[in-house]
Design a binder for this molecule. Structure first.
Ligand code: PLP
Length: 417
């Protein structure tokens, strides 16, 4: 027998929950929520644009932007409107049927990125998994690699997601330890080292898979010429170049794609995070027809991939990027960010790397851990997150104003003082 629905109780319950304060809500999570995160002690209840507000009504400038999932800020009006319109018409069909939103999304995303074909998925990790599968299939069907022998060359200190196959080629012991046995077929080489990559690529290599800028590693920007070198090497050796632009892409660095800072066109792009406009998870593998064309019906799929709500939001995201406004903002405000951080070098900042509105800031370890600095920033009304050790990642919404950015830099100076 099913339990009766207790409307009164559950409503009363909800009423009391809404009055719970930050500290109480944080304590309530402890026994019931898996401990795979260590969030800053802030409980966000609403947000708009660059700002979030906690349960007690305190406001914070969001300098993390959902790890770049919120490139257009919280609840961008055009994205919210597209989502509302679609919610009122059709939300899910599965790919067993066509839906009237998917063609436009794929056409416009392909046009935006200069590619031919789109494989829609949901999360970033799924896009990476899908890219790995496509590369292997391409190696067997097109390149002629013997069955089950395909290799993929990746970079040390990569971050591509959390599935068992993806952590198999992570070099972060915290992400890997305890989750074996691992998927074979990956070779790890140092990032930003073309000679090492050249030595690792052989006739079994399906693809080289790298981030054009390593985000989780601390916004590590390779030397000028590295990406062009990867392009030349992969073309010469006859393997694919897959660029994971899940965090670096869609305006963050001042261009639509981070690879565009060099005259480089990869064979396959992995997109995610901002593609869902901060509303729904939307990811995609985007590539040339002769690569994505290796997939046939039944060989790969996803119940939610390409759903009409995701396609509607994704199309609205592409529409924002088509204007070039956000790329321009990231480039222009990136100059202010860089100047501000340069001024803090020697005043608690020991070094930093930045491109567009994206920075990895190394804090003098004597001043505290990255975590401690993030907590101090929080008390100054700015939300940011440490990556490794004493590095803080700054990645505000691309809608941030020059004044807000100046405020964030002033808060950082105070937090370091
Ligand atoms: C976040 C991220 C992923 C994984 O995306 P999820 O949506 O969290 O699965 C993959 N690659 C890069 C570069 C990322 O930053």
């Amino acid at each position: 027998m099913t339990a009766p629905v207790r409307t009164e109780d559950s409503q009363g319950d909800r009423g009391s929950r809404e009055t719970r304060g930050s500290q109480e809500l944080i304590r309530a999570e402890e026994p019931v929520l898996a401990h795979n995160y260590h969030p800053l002690p802030v409980v966000v209840a609403r947000a708009e644009g660059t700002w979030v507000e906690d349960v007690e009504g305190r406001r914070y400038l969001d300098m993390l932007a959902g790890y770049s999932a919120l490139n257009f800020g919280h609840r961008h009006p055009a994205l919210i409107e597209a989502a509302h319109r679609q919610l009122d018409r059709l939300t899910l069909t599965s790919r067993a049927f066509h839906n009237d939103r998917l063609a436009e999304f794929a056409e416009r995303l392909a046009a935006l990125t200069g590619m031919d074909m789109v494989l829609p998925m949901n999360t970033g990790a799924e896009a990476v998994e899908s890219g790995v599968k496509v590369a292997r299939k391409w190696a067997y069907d097109v390149k002629g690699v013997p069955a089950d022998r395909a290799t993929i060359v990746v970079a040390a200190d990569n971050f591509h997601g959390r599935t068992t196959t993806i952590v198999s080629f992570s070099t972060d012991e915290t992400a890997r330890a305890g989750f074996g046995p691992f998927t074979p077929g990956f070779r790890v080489v140092p990032y930003n080292d073309l000679a090492a990559m050249e030595a690792a690529v052989d006739e079994t290599t399906a693809a080289v898979l790298i981030e054009p800028i390593q985000g989780e590693a601390g916004v590590i920007i390779p030397d000028d010429g590295y990406l062009a070198g990867v392009r030349e090497l992969t073309r010469r050796k006859g393997c694919l170049f897959i660029a994971d632009e899940i965090q670096s892409g869609l305006g963050r660095t001042g261009r639509t794609l981070a690879v565009e800072h060099e005259p480089v066109v990869p064979d396959v792009l992995l997109l995610g995070k901002a593609l869902g406009g901060g509303i729904v998870p939307v990811s995609a593998v985007v590539g040339r027809r002769d690569v994505l064309g290796v997939l046939h019906p039944g060989e790969h799929g996803s119940t939610f991939g390409g759903n009409p709500l995701a396609a509607a939001v994704g199309t609205a995201v592409v529409e924002l990027l088509e204007t070039g406004e956000f790329q321009r903002r990231a480039a222009e405000l990136g100059v202010i960010l860089r100047a501000g951080l340069t001024g803090l070098v020697g005043k608690g900042v020991v070094g930093f790397r930045s491109r567009g509105l994206w920075a990895g800031v190394d804090i003098d370890p004597a001043l505290g851990t990255g975590r401690e600095i993030s907590e101090r920033l929080m008390r100054e009304g700015v939300l940011a997150k440490d990556t490794h050790g004493s590095t803080i990642r700054l990645a505000p919404p691309l809608t941030i104003t020059a004044e807000e950015l100046a405020g964030a830099l002033a808060a950082l100076e105070k937090a370091l003082g």
